[in-house]
Design a binder for this molecule. Sequence first.
Ligand SMILES: NC(=O)c1ccc[n+]([C@@H]2O[C@H](COP(=O)([O-])OP(=O)(O)OC[C@H]3O[C@@H](n4cnc5c(N)ncnc54)[C@H](OP(=O)(O)O)[C@@H]3O)[C@@H](O)[C@H]2O)c1
Length: 295
Amino acid sequence: MIIVMTGGTSGIGAEALNKIRENEDTIVFVGARIGNRTLPNGAKTLTLDLSSLDSVRVFAENVLENIYPHKIDLLILNAGVQADKNGGVGVDGFNLTFTVNHLSHYLLARLLLPHIAYDGKILITTSDSHDAQVIPFGPKTVDINKLAFPDNSSPKGMALYAATKLCNILTADTLHNKLLGNSNIQVIAYNPGLTGDTSLMGKQTGVMKIIVKAVRPMFRFLSLFNPMFYMNTAKNSGEILSDLALGNKKLPKGRFYASVVRGKVTFPKPGILVEDETLKKDLWTKSAKMVNLSP
Ligand SMILES: NC(=O)c1ccc[n+]([C@@H]2O[C@H](COP(=O)([O-])OP(=O)(O)OC[C@H]3O[C@@H](n4cnc5c(N)ncnc54)[C@H](OP(=O)(O)O)[C@@H]3O)[C@@H](O)[C@H]2O)c1
């Protein structure tokens, strides 16, 4: 099984990769910023910086050279950044968080789509923060131009992050619908839920690990009143990602959203904005234009 993955060097993705590699039939190509990462045996690193669209194009070409003449069985788009560190503008002129979390993954999915096996799978990591009914800072509405080219009225910080995670699930749904009836490729949008011991909110230094361990019981207590406070572990979130990707956990027929709630995978309806066909079309069309592809 040939797997291509982003975000396999840290947190949830690294745990998922460890689990995936327990299956010796897998060959995994991980797109990563630095070439000398220590990855599980059998995982090959190819350079990828999601803050640059050119880097995505080169990565896609490298993947195709490496897999030739085979197709990709599983594409896992898991990398992500939290907005505080990435509020600036990237080399392509778009907001960095928007570029890393959404636009680069959109481009990668479009470039690799023709090379995915007929009954292959695409898994995109989103977040329950796409849904303002679950996470209060989630988007109530989205203007794609304001995400790509921020001004004073654009979402910032966690709200910006949440809006880009909405873009992930909107893209997953559009792909799911486009592929329906044309191929057996399955699309999954995956929400790992709040996961404390990853680098999303800052590198996992010794101090950070102690803080996460210390606040975990308080979050567990708060989660009795609201499940959004349940703090999962990267190991559990990663193992569920791996189970969904490898088909060890299956989604109910017609569903494409898998969401971890209180440490267990559930298959709820996604947030209301995911039903907005105009928004989905707008995101797809504008994203295509931004990466110079036809819609
Ligand atoms: N943690 C949570 O509470 C939570 C909740 C819901 C959803 N999620 C989602 O889960 C996914 C994984 O996040 P995580 O929590 O495991 O965080 P993490 O430990 O920070 O992992 C993020 C991954 O993305 C990669 N990445 C970031 N910027 C990149 C770039 N410019 N080019 C290439 N790779 C890049 C990182 O690579 P490096 O190793 O080089 O940094 C790392 O492998 C993300 O999509 C996130 O939005 C997380």
